[in-house]
Design a protein around this ligand. Structure first.
Ligand code: RFL
Ligand code: PHB
Length: 393
């Protein structure tokens, strides 16, 4: 088999890259280890930046997003028993965010690819990348009992944080910058109508809590828990009671309860491997960088990376231009590091660290107070949260 670009991983990064390349007339083959059902059901991100929404709509995969996505113009910060609204739209000259599940984005992209009859292999195994130090890279894998070898011009490593592509780059060629956090998120999906229209991020004595949603019928909620927490310790009653405690405030607002449809625990990590390229292997999305979810940036960074990569590849195929590919890593890393800082900052401001002293606690509250009372500080949060426009870092 031969193709122009071999794409490893059918998450948002790999699928969107395949779609953008196809629109530019460039052939690609996508190879994914999981099943289609698994990829489409995995509950993860929910907040799309304006730039992410624009890319999906401009490229013809935004019809359902336009119909079903929930456009939000503000978010709330809750602390010391009070809620404070940050008006994202007013503070950013009209920008907003859209709440639309990551698995819905994945479904829309898979449907577009299959409708076009373009190659996408689910449930591949033994996926290996080789030869990316030469101009003849190759991806090998097993599918439905047969061995496949895919020769290509470039490999796109879109296989997430635990994928094979980054791990295949020779040790010593990548610099890794990393931070692990001493807490995790317990997330639930509940069959309950969201009891407010916007997200609420709460910093409570007992830890962080987040109110989000997926649709007019489904609420998404998160609680800060210990990193080694077991789900078995969390009965439905305990989850709801902890959520009610952490969201309590003088306005009396509370999330609605409902049947818990899904639950999971997610560790929190910051991670960047650079450069995001080795020879003819380009890393994109979580394969190259991870942010803690507090800033809602992971999926948006994946989209931004592949947008840069698709353009650079289009210029290489159309005119033999190397400049875009040569600049790929540095271009992406400017945005990545802005998002790394923002995500770390939001995480530090909103979570309780085990054993934290009273000084750190008072600094957190002082920072929150500043963000909700200073227009300059609120604007800084807002412009990062809605996302930097494309063309700036
Ligand atoms: P993905 O989605 O992990 O996709 C990688 C794909 O590669 C496959 N794969 C392989 N395929 C072939 N060969 C191999 N050897 C392979 N190894 C792995 C995997 O099966 C998978 O299908 O990475 P991608 O495309 O870079 O997308 C990144 C996003 O998924 C991630 O950043 C976000 O989900 C992070 N995130 C959030 N991001 C946001 O922008 N907004 C949010 O509100 C937000 N909330 C979240 C989040 C992540 C969370 N979790 C569970 C980590 C909330 C949570 C709870
Ligand atoms: C979500 O809806 O899953 C979500 C929202 C905001 C975040 C993280 C996750 O910061």
């Amino acid at each position: 088999m031969r193709t122009q670009v071999a794409i490893v991983g059918a998450g948002p990064a790999g699928l969107l890259l395949a779609h953008l390349l196809q629109r530019a007339g460039i052939e690609a083959v996508v190879v994914e280890i999981r099943s289609r059902e698994y990829a489409e059901q995995r509950v993860r991100a929910g907040v799309l930046e304006q730039g992410t929404v624009d890319v999906l709509i401009e490229n013809g995969v935004g019809a359902r997003l336009k119909r079903e996505g929930l456009v939000h113009h503000g978010v709330e910060l809750r602390f010391a028993g009070r809620g404070h609204r940050i008006d994202l739209t007013e503070l950013t000259g009209g920008r907003s965010i859209t709440v639309y599940g990551q698995q819905e984005v994945v479904k829309d992209l898979v449907a577009a690819r299959l409708a076009a009859g373009a190659p996408l292999y689910f449930e591949a195994s033994d996926v290996r990348v080789a030869g990316f130090d030469t101009d003849r890279p190759r991806v090998t894998f097993r599918h439905e009992g047969r061995e496949h070898a895919l020769d290509c011009d470039f490999i796109a490593g879109c296989d997430g944080f635990r994928g094979t592509c980054r791990a295949s780059i020779p040790a010593g060629s990548l610099a890794v910058h990393e931070r692990a956090y001493p807490f995790a998120w317990l997330g639930i999906l509940a069959a309950a109508a969201p009891s407010r229209d916007e997200l609420a991020y709460a910093n409570h004595e007992r830890g962080f809590a987040l109110f989000s949603m997926r649709s007019p019928e489904v609420t998404r909620l998160y609680l800060q828990v210990a990193p080694d927490e077991s789900l078995d310790e969390w009965s439905d009653d305990r989850v709801w009671s902890e959520l009610h405690t952490r969201f309590a405030g003088d306005d009396g607002w509370q999330p609605n309860e409902g049947a818990i449809l899904e639950r999971g625990i997610t560790g929190m990590r910051s991670f960047v491997a650079e450069p995001m390229r080795h020879g003819r292997l380009f890393l994109a999305g979580d394969a190259a960088h991870i942010v803690p979810p507090t800033g809602a940036k992971g999926l948006n960074l994946a989209v931004a990376d592949v947008r840069v990569l698709a353009r650079a590849l289009a210029r290489w195929y159309a005119a033999g231009e190397e400049e875009g590919l040569a600049a790929y890593s540095a271009t992406c890393l400017r945005r990545v590091w802005r998002a790394e800082h923002f995500s770390w900052w939001m995480t530090s401001m909103l979570h309780r660290a085990p054993g934290e002293d009273s000084f750190r606690r008072r600094l957190q509250l002082a920072q929150l107070e500043y963000v909700v009372t200073s227009r300059a500080a609120a604007t800084s949060l807002a412009e990062n949260y809605v996302g930097m426009p494309f063309g700036t870092p």
